[in-house]
Design a protein around this ligand. Sequence first.
Ligand code: ANZ
Ligand code: ZN
Length: 799
Amino acid sequence: MDIMSEYDHKTIEQKWQKKWAESGLYKTENEISGKDNFYLLVEFPYPSGDLHVGHWYAFSVPDMLARALRMQGKNVLFPIGFDAFGLPAENAAIKRGLNPREWTYGNIETMEKQLHSMGASFDWSRKVVTCNPDYYRWTQWQFLQFFEKGLAYQKETQVNWCPSCKTVLANEQVTNGHCERCGTEVEKKEMLQWQLKITDYADRLLEGLEELDWPEQIKESQRNWIGKSEGAEIAFRVKDSDIEIPVFTTRPDTIFGATYMVLAPEHKAVARLAKMAENGAEVPRYQDISAKRSEIERTAEGKEKTGLELMGVKAVNPANGEEIPIFIADYVLAHYGTGAIMAVPAHDERDFAFAQKFNLPIKQVIEQPDGDAELPYAGGGALTNSDDFDGMDSEEAKTAITEAVGGALKCTYKLRDWVVSRQRYWGVPIPIIHCKDCGPVAVPEEQLPVELPDVEDYLPRDDGRSPLAKADEWVHVSCPKCGGEGERETDTFDTFVDSSWYFIRYADPQNEKVFADKKTQAQWLPVNLYSGGAEHTTMHVLYSRFWYKALFDLGLVNEQEPYTVRMNRGLILGPDGHKMSKSKGNVINPDEVVERLGADTVRLYLGFIGPYNEPGSYPWNPDGIVGVRRFVERVWRLQGALTDIASEETERVLHQTIKKVGDDMPTLKFNTAIAQMMILLNVAEKQGITKEQYETLITVLAPFAPHITEELWHMLGHETLIHNEKWPRYDESKLASETMTIAVQVNGKIRAQVTVPADASEKDVRVTALAEENTQKWLDGKEPKKVIYVPGRLINFVL
Ligand code: ANZ
Ligand code: ZN
């Protein structure tokens, strides 16, 4: 062994990062005979500028698992790349007056350097960058497969428009009516947009969840987002006209209680009805007011309801022929169901509030099991006031009544088709050429990629068109079908398109013939474990599941679900317990901490901070990380105190540690694994540790603190790399602790018995004995005056 030297983390970490890279240690082969493949995926980062603690938490902690799995005999793919196109990068660049391209590639360079300082076992040779033409060529190609199949289409739709980002946003990118990127209030606009038919897959996206072994919380969020509602569509006739208005209802059984009808102000029948109404002139004013309110405001429970009755116009309830008034009111949304409802105030909360305000009849048609409790009553029960259906159970009545009134059972979904076009520069050009005669035409495969041209002016425009619209030369091309004059589509793709398939490319990143060879895919996919941020549960994870299913239907991937297990990680907060933000001044700069305390310490600290498999939030604790650094230093110093004789206790705890760490890792409980290693160190320092035991200790620690353990391994005389070592085996027979049984006396009489570890101190015995129920009973709440302990035999509490 070398002479004891100081622990110099900086030299050690740089040295080993260099050596690992040179030796190609983490270049992953697609196949290694005798080893199973394991694909560990972490959501790739945006090139946002600097690496923050969140990136460290996202990557360095799963790296522990990647390393442990390798030692346990798996061939592990742990890739990295950059989600480089899109709004966040573009907005950041514009703010600094930089070209998004320069800004993005500059950031990628910086972040790569910083990522290297983590000592993570990424296979850099598989790096995927979504703004590189050799990647987005395949994004375009896949889109065109969807286009040919009718899954991608262009349609005039009402969209979310962010007046500050000057682009359309997906529903998923709007939070409480505000742009997720910049916080500006979002407007509704009718625009021609490219969309993907994710709604065609709504049922399969739901069914697929059943088979997946994912945390229930994540599955439930996806279910809620898809929002499947089973109900019926029933047409209501407008009196003295040929107009029929279908409504969507989940409660067709309550139709006899429908005392009025409501249309969304935007409903397309409103214009005709307004002409028939005595007060039709008031309609546009009401429409204007509601256009300004967000969906949340419109539908929030407890909000004062507004509405306008169309005077003199009546609808006919198809169940009983009753004539009922028609309203327009904005608590009914245009883009859900049919945009019109039959209102049943006795059994629906919002209809009830509206009916009270407008003095409309409230007619109970479902009996309440507990007699005359208050209305509205939303539950089921026997029908009443419903002619022939009286007495029938509401579940049965749903089908019976729907049939009787000529309606149809139907499902509705909250999920909308995915609007993928963005009126922004920094994205993948949509590979379509518009022709006056042929309509939208796919760019021929051999012309892919359609490269994003360099333009002078990449700033977003007010007119709803992409800055690419001004790239005249680029825009004007001939139609691939008829050769006539054509114009390129100038919108670009939403970033979520880019990230919908990057994990497939990691399997076969250099392929120039296909986006990923199917045989190679089979070696890695589906992903074994996907770790990411909770904010992506309903967007990226849902989109990519859809994308994968669509590829499956085209025969381009091997299975229907891309991720075997999905986990959401927690959040690291500032030391003050708040989300880290520049304005709060609570941002921890990982580069600084790594410089001062070392990457191994930061990794261990982050692994120790809380369970990684639960979406908690953990404040950064400056004292906590210093404590972890002390642990690392003690491990270092232990090399100078190795003993010749093996302590049995050290041996026992060592084997317990091998077992515990091995058991905790696959479930991402890095914190309890690290705690166990701390216990082991305490014991080793007290009881002594041999060279062989010490080698096992650092081998188990290696995935967590890869650099220091590698250095120690070499100082102990090894020439191999510790990260190529096999995970140590534990010996079942060495796990059990020796124990002793102690008699517990109160005033000299035996009242209880306790079993404690053989090495338990007097204090341990006292605490255990006092906790015993019988001891408590005989002490009867009194403090013992004296405690007599006979080691290994008895403890006597004297009152
Ligand atoms: C009559 C009725 C009676 C209803 C009753 C409910 C209870 P979910 O479960 O969210 O799908 N509805 C339908 N379309 C709507 C729209 N565009 N805007 C606002 N509300 C709409 O909700 C379905 C129910 O929400 C439907 O069933 C309809 O009200 C209302 F005792 O029809 B119900
Ligand atoms: Zn044409």
